[in-house]
Design a protein around this ligand. Structure first.
Ligand code: NAI
Ligand code: OAA
Length: 313
């Protein structure tokens, strides 16, 4: 069982470290364009194996895609992160070319792989990978909702001073400030969260969640990596262990929720075939309006991508 992580930077290396530590794959190939960088990170991770007591091997590669051949899952984290003052969408100019180039090379060597995109702007980079890979959309999807719900759940756990393990939540829409957390579908050990946290406090948590990426960017000067890397690894695990887990995933919609030809965050079932089901929740009018407004902002950036020279060359 082999998994490739492209981009050995903050998110990619963290993801590889979690994959190795939890023995989610026997072999984890970490690839980066920077000479020696992935090799160094992979070696450092492998040297934790006698301490953390696991057998998974991490192998580094400077742009040699032959080493990635036969991967079951490819996680793409290559690309620039944002800095304070930038939006994720500002990254499209650099990251579209990177994601296109990486996807083409990776899928050539692992034609049966599932591809998980992490690079931003997430929904549109997932679309770029789908256009490039030319494989079934169920095998090309993006990581955002697992991270965004983790933030939401962590904030709820802080507010209630309870274990984050007991908080279940779903969140939909694009990976940006228009994302749609759904308090009606949020529970604390089965208890609706609306019974435990009053409306104004819950609204404040929702607003913080929507801007959760930006909060870290402002603190660190670059974007988050521990939670994003762990979130991507959890999605890999669901696929390689065929767990059929229900995660919010950036998925290609063909009529679901009345939306067509768009990559957007929706609840899905993840297993060995990638996205095995898109779950259609009943949304009320207010939730639908928020989802459609989020879809409109994603569509606008998808159109920018469609008109970029890099996508037609
Ligand atoms: N979907 C999500 O929820 C999240 C997405 N991100 C995004 O993930 C991406 C990576 O973030 P970080 O790891 O913090 O950045 P980073 O700068 O630490 O790492 C990115 C790595 O990509 C490599 N790279 C660039 N072009 C490449 C190419 N053509 N082939 C192979 N490797 C290449 C760079 O050399 C660098 O090592 C960013 O676009 C960021 O916005 C970050 C956090 C959460
Ligand atoms: O905020 C960013 O630029 C990185 C990201 O997507 C996140 O941490 O949610």
């Amino acid at each position: 069982m082999k998994v490739t992580v492209v981009g050995a930077g903050n998110v990619g290396a963290t993801c590889a470290n979690v994959l190795a530590h939890h023995e989610i794959a026997n072999e984890i190939v970490l690839l980066d364009i920077k000479e020696g960088f992935a090799e160094g990170k992979a070696l450092d991770i492998w040297e934790t194996s006698p301490i953390n007591l696991y057998d998974s091997r991490t192998i580094g590669s400077t742009n040699d895609y032959k080493k990635t051949a036969g991967s079951e899952v490819i996680v793409i984290t290559s690309g620039l992160p944002r800095k304070p003052g930038m939006s994720r969408d500002d990254l499209i100019a650099t990251n579209a070319g990177i994601v296109k180039n990486v996807t083409a090379q990776a899928i050539e060597h692992s034609p049966d792989a599932k591809i998980i995109i992490v690079s931003n702007p997430l929904d549109v980079m997932t679309y770029a990978a789908y256009l490039t890979a030319k494989i079934d959309s169920r095998r090309v999807f993006g990581m955002a909702g697992v991270l965004d719900t983790a933030r939401y759940r962590a904030f709820i756990a802080t507010e209630l001073n309870c274990s984050p393990k007991d908080i279940q939540a779903v969140l939909m829409g694009g990976h940006g400030d228009t994302m749609v957390p759904l308090p009606r579908y949020t529970t604390v050990a089965g208890i609706p969260v609306t019974e435990l946290i009053d409306k104004s406090k819950l609204n404040a948590i929702i607003e913080r969640t929507k801007k959760g990426g930006g909060e870290i960017v402002n603190l660190l000067g670059t974007s988050a990596w521990y939670a994003p890397g762990a979130a991507a690894a959890q999605m890999v695990e669901a696929v390689v262990r065929d767990q059929k887990r229900i995660f919010p995933t950036c998925a290609w919609l063909q009529g679901e929720y009345g939306l067509n030809d768009i990559y957007l965050g929706v609840p899905t079932k993840l297993g060995k075939n990638g996205i095995e089901e898109i779950i259609e929740l009943k949304l009320n009018d207010e939730e639908k309006e928020m989802l459609y407004s989020s879809a409109n902002s994603v569509k606008e950036v998808m159109e920018v991508l469609d008109n970029m020279d890099v996508m037609s060359s």
